[in-house]
Design a protein around this ligand. Structure first.
Ligand SMILES: Cc1cc2nc3c(=O)[nH]c(=O)nc-3n(C[C@H](O)[C@H](O)[C@H](O)COP(=O)(O)OP(=O)(O)OC[C@H]3O[C@@H](n4cnc5c(N)ncnc54)[C@H](O)[C@@H]3O)c2cc1C
Length: 488
């Protein structure tokens, strides 16, 4: 009998597994694929490797979420390279380098956007975001259904909370409008799409509290991971004794005071179950609890999926020498509903992802789920082709140097692909939007209606991206186990 069975080996499941194992719990991790990582894994096609989705890593320093986990586990970190320019954003006729250094970042913005107060407004954005980061570990664990805990946390952190709360109720758009005055379409597109990337919502829907963290994402230490994001999972899981790959969980049954976790291979028994599933689909595994997820599908309906393009770039001369670009184009992509996409290219010296001068590239874009439903096989294939052409044409237009390199082995992933691969409802990836409809008072936490069954991942507090998912894991484990030491 296990103390815990963790279902799903995404970053949420793997971090939960590793921490529980470290504190001496008997724990098993079940993953349906042949490798760990989910949306953040690295997959192989023919002899090439590609990141599935996530490609930018932040939070590896000791005071940041993943850094804290590595320190607690006392395990070596993956081989990484710190990026001085974590991304270049193309908008209108501008190519804006998003420097990691805060002063350089502001100067670059001032060089591209001519607004009198831009510097002071951006300093304010830094200070809102910094305050959130400095206080996050004091504020967790939070759980709206536990008033005693809420009161305790409020009493301990009221100075920060009272100062921070007004920023939760002002949208990012209004914040800039009030402080900067009128701004042009390029600046709005820039705000919208930089915020969308980390918050799954646009500036009119995302508070400046959340938006500031998206806008300053490049100012956190950003890393390139040699060998792909999947390498981080190899580092977090130091032995695979109780990691069961190719084990798809089909049902979870409550039997007296324990759970039977039924996979397509064998049955596991556990006192507790942690589901690395979303609030929209975890109920599929539980008998008699379908309602909870159906309710969530209605309550949290503003959700995105992703369209991805994977290929190899013949670039022996390292013509494309940056790692990440965000392209913001004027027109809306009719196959996705968004007007931007993110491009990640492997390092020339990465011997795993770059083979014989052929770099591994992933392009990802936010995609409306409804655009890919109810299609015949033929329509589906044609749509994939058109979506690919649309995006590659915009890439060549905004970053012409891509045209100097040959593109090979192109593959397209749609919401349907993500649904099949991650098991997530309708291919809902990227996480629950951090929009004002849900935050701060309607946000889902780690608890399910069944005692002993918990949720981790990017659809529960505080949401997406590696830092968000890891803080969510800590939020849960701090409430059910004694892991306080990890915060110090
Ligand atoms: C295109 C894209 C780009 C992104 N870029 C970044 C980025 O650059 N940086 C960043 O920090 N974040 C990024 N994100 C967000 C980040 O990848 C996700 O928020 C995060 O990886 C989600 O992790 P998760 O723990 O919720 O689990 P998931 O990644 O959803 O993993 C769930 C796992 O559970 C497994 N599973 C599901 N059902 C079962 C079952 N029945 N039995 C067994 N196993 C099961 C799945 O196979 C999967 O491995 C990106 C996301 C996408 C989609």
């Amino acid at each position: 009998m296990f103390d815990y069975v963790v279902v799903g080996g995404g970053i949420g499941g793997v971090v939960s597994y590793a921490i529980l194992k470290k504190i001496g719990k008997k724990v098993a991790l079940l993953e349906k694929e042949s490798y760990l990582g989910g949306c953040s894994g690295t997959f192989k096609r023919k002899e090439y490797l590609y990141n599935v989705g996530a490609s930018t890593l932040v939070g590896l320093q000791d005071h940041m979420p993943l850094g804290k986990v590595f320190k607690f586990l006392n395990l070596p970190k993956p081989k990484v390279k710190k990026l001085e320019v974590p991304m270049v954003v193309f908008v209108g006729d501008k190519a804006i380098k998003r420097y990691s250094d805060k002063e350089k970042a502001v100067l670059e913005l001032e060089n591209n956007f001519n607004y009198k107060n831009l510097r002071s407004v951006w300093q304010k954005v830094y200070s809102i975001s910094d305050a959130n980061w400095q206080n996050i570990y004091n504020v967790i664990p939070i759980n709206y259904k536990n008033p005693k805990l809420l009161f305790k946390k409020f009493a301990e952190n009221y100075r920060y909370l009272l100062k921070a709360l007004p920023y939760q109720f002002k949208t990012s758009y209004d914040f800039f409008k009030d402080n900067l005055g009128d701004f042009d379409e390029d600046f709005k597109d820039f705000l919208d799409n930089q915020i969308l990337m980390t918050s799954q919502g646009y500036s009119r829907d995302v508070s400046i509290s959340v938006g500031s963290m998206g806008l300053t994402y490049p100012n956190l230490d950003n890393y390139y991971v040699y060998g792909g994001m999947g390498k981080v999972f190899d580092c977090l899981v130091d032995d695979y004794k109780n990691v069961f790959l190719k084990h798809k969980v089909i049902k979870i049954k409550k039997v007296k005071d324990f759970f039977q976790v039924i996979t397509d291979k064998e049955v596991f028994e556990a006192k507790n179950v942690i589901l690395n599933k979303t609030i929209w689909d975890y109920c599929d595994l539980l008998e008699d609890f379908k309602d909870a997820c159906i309710k969530n599908r209605k309550k949290y309906s503003k959700i995105w999926s992703s369209l991805t393009i994977y290929f190899n770039l013949e670039d022996k001369n390292n013509v494309v020498d940056e790692h990440h670009y965000q392209i913001i184009h004027k027109d809306i992509n009719p196959y996705t509903g968004s007007n931007s996409f993110f491009v990640s290219i492997s390092d020339k010296e990465d011997e795993v992802l770059t083979k014989d001068g052929e770099k591994s590239v992933i392009i990802s874009t936010h995609c409306r789920i409804s655009f890919w439903q109810d299609l015949s096989k033929q329509e589906y294939l044609e749509k994939k082709e058109k979506a690919k052409d649309f995006i590659l044409n915009r890439l060549f237009e905004y970053v012409p140097k891509f045209k100097d390199c040959k593109i090979k082995n192109v593959m397209v992933g749609s919401p349907k692909t993500f649904q099949r691969y991650t098991g997530r409802y309708n291919g809902t990836v990227g996480g629950i939007p951090l929009i004002k409809d849900y935050i701060p008072f309607k946000y889902p936490f780690n608890f399910t209606p069944i005692k002993g069954v918990y949720l981790v991942g990017d659809s529960v507090f505080p949401g997406q991206g590696w830092p968000g998912v890891i803080i969510g894991v800590l939020n849960l484990l701090l409430q059910i186990e004694d892991i306080d030491e990890i915060l110090h």
